[in-house]
Ligand binder design. Structure first.
Ligand SMILES: Cc1cc2nc3c(=O)[nH]c(=O)nc-3n(C[C@H](O)[C@H](O)[C@H](O)COP(=O)(O)O)c2cc1C
Ligand SMILES: *[C@@H]1O[C@H](CO)[C@@H](O)[C@H](O)[C@H]1NC(C)=O
Ligand SMILES: *[C@@H]1O[C@H](CO)[C@@H](O)[C@H](O)[C@H]1NC(C)=O
Ligand SMILES: *[C@@H]1O[C@H](CO)[C@@H](O)[C@H](O)[C@H]1NC(C)=O
Ligand SMILES: *[C@@H]1O[C@H](CO)[C@@H](O)[C@H](O)[C@H]1NC(C)=O
Length: 383
């Protein structure tokens, strides 16, 4: 049997590069094969986060889905964000008491309490997935007690989103800032007046993103400016508000160190979900670079990360290096086709997976996870 398979593999070119799977095959195509295009499955049919991608692709007009799914150029960074996690094997420890793992998920993000070290990354145009757009994301985050970062380019305004907050709900407002100080001051003041607890200044988009798939459907980036974003400008912005201004889109250890030097309270390692610069590294690769060259950064400031996170074990790999909280973008935008219930389910899924994966990894306390739980020499799984 084995030699037959071996021959069959050779004959079929089985040693060629493995095919990219946007969602690995876990049977959803078989179980939902009779579901008519343009209809939603039942939420109970959703087992893991990748199923939300399947459901949104099946249900939404192609244009809407494409806006969310798109990556820059040939989408190599988009794919790498998903695949990179599997190049690093876990090193599970056994005979460890893990029975209290769930009670160790709660954490703080910039001093605010949350039920888990995860957050909803800022994504524009929530109404492409559901009429209530960002309001669902906000309400789902409140129900699950996790952090939400509304995007400036949301379908609802800063004020409309703020008005729908739960009592005491913490949100970090994402902004794109230009060198027009009048506009910058206005955005900072509106965020403050709306009760935002921090500003997330996105710095990975100095120029327009090169988005082929999106342009084909007329849903590419509308930003055609070259934006003035420098460390001098950061200094100025941080004097224009009393809110903490964190930076989103750090992609090298060099800039992580400069962020420390420039007294940035927290950074988000991110390549914008592979939507800006094809060839930019995944946040896991950046976290590894910091771990190798300047691990003190993880202690000097809070470091968050996002991009391609779909499973509990992905979160664990980032946390093990010293990342304090992990963001997810597309999974929540796709979950939003089910409304607030979809967001709540997505949060439950990832929280449950973090707990059971940590337990099987032999981590009894999430605070105590460290780099020894991962083999940091990449394997050759692509071969
Ligand atoms: C549809 C979409 C819109 C986005 N819009 C923004 C945005 O307006 N501002 C921003 O800083 N990041 C934006 N991002 C990037 C996300 O904040 C986040 O970095 C990325 O989605 C993480 O990768 P993931 O989707 O694989 O989880 C967007 C991402 C997507 C998918
Ligand atoms: C959803 O579940 C209900 C009740 O089990 C069932 O009747 C219905 O066919 C399901 N819908 C889809 C789209 O699978
Ligand atoms: C956050 O949690 C800590 C520890 O459980 C608690 O002492 C503190 O009061 C909480 N802070 C807020 C604002 O709820
Ligand atoms: C697709 O996006 C458009 C534009 O935001 C929106 O009006 C429409 O409701 C969306 N379709 C669905 C099914 O959500
Ligand atoms: C800056 O923005 C304000 C408000 O939008 C506008 O009135 C002004 O003309 C802009 N200044 C420059 C130099 O573009």
């Amino acid at each position: 049997m084995r030699s037959y398979l071996f021959t069959a593999l050779l004959a079929s070119g089985g040693f060629a590069a493995r095919e990219f799977l946007n969602e690995p095959d876990t049977g959803i195509d078989d179980v939902l094969k009779d579901l008519p295009k343009g209809t939603l499955p039942n939420l109970s049919d959703i087992i893991g986060l990748p199923d939300f991608d399947w459901a949104a692709r099946h249900y939404l007009p192609t244009k809407n889905y494409t806006y969310y799914r798109n990556g820059a150029a040939g989408e190599w960074s988009y794919r790498n964000n998903l695949e990179v996690f599997h190049r690093y094997r876990l090193r599970p420890r056994v005979m460890v008491d893990i029975t209290k793992i769930e009670s160790t998920l709660p954490t703080t993000i910039l001093g605010h309490n949350f039920s888990a070290p995860i957050f909803i990354s800022p994504c524009a145009r929530g109404a492409y997935g559901h009429q209530e757009g960002e309001l669902n994301l906000l309400k789902g985050a409140a129900a699950g007690n996790i952090l939400y970062m509304p995007a400036l380019l949301a379908s609802y305004t800063i004020e409309e989103i703020a008005a729908a907050k739960a009592e005491g709900q913490v949100v970090f407002q994402q902004l794109y800032l230009s060198s027009n100080d009048t506009e910058t001051q206005d955005l900072l003041d509106r965020s403050k007046a709306a009760g935002a607890n921090a500003i997330v200044f996105t710095v990975d988009s100095a120029a327009d993103g090169n988005r082929h798939r999106a342009a084909r459907y007329g849903v590419g980036s509308a930003d055609s400016e070259y934006t003035y974003i420098t460390w001098d400008y950061y200094k100025k912005v941080s004097t224009m508000t009393d809110l903490p201004v964190i930076l989103k889109g750090i992609m090298t250890v060099d800039d992580a160190k400069l962020a420390v030097k420039n007294k940035v309270p927290a950074i988000i390692l991110s390549n914008h979900g592979g939507r800006q610069l094809d060839g930019s590294p995944s946040s896991l690769e950046v976290a590894i670079e910091i771990h190798e060259k300047a691990p003190e950064v993880f202690k000097q400031i809070e470091v968050y990360a996002d991009g391609g996170v779909r499973y509990g074990a992905d979160v664990l790999k980032l946390l093990s290096l010293g990342v304090k909280a992990v963001g997810l973008g597309r999974p929540f935008m796709f979950a939003n086709v089910f409304g607030t219930k979809g967001i709540e389910k997505a949060i439950q899924i990832i929280k449950h997976e973090i707990a059971i994966d940590a337990a099987n990894l032999g981590v009894g306390n999430l605070d105590k996870i460290d780099p020894s739980y991962v083999q940091w020499t990449p394997n050759n799984w692509m071969g």
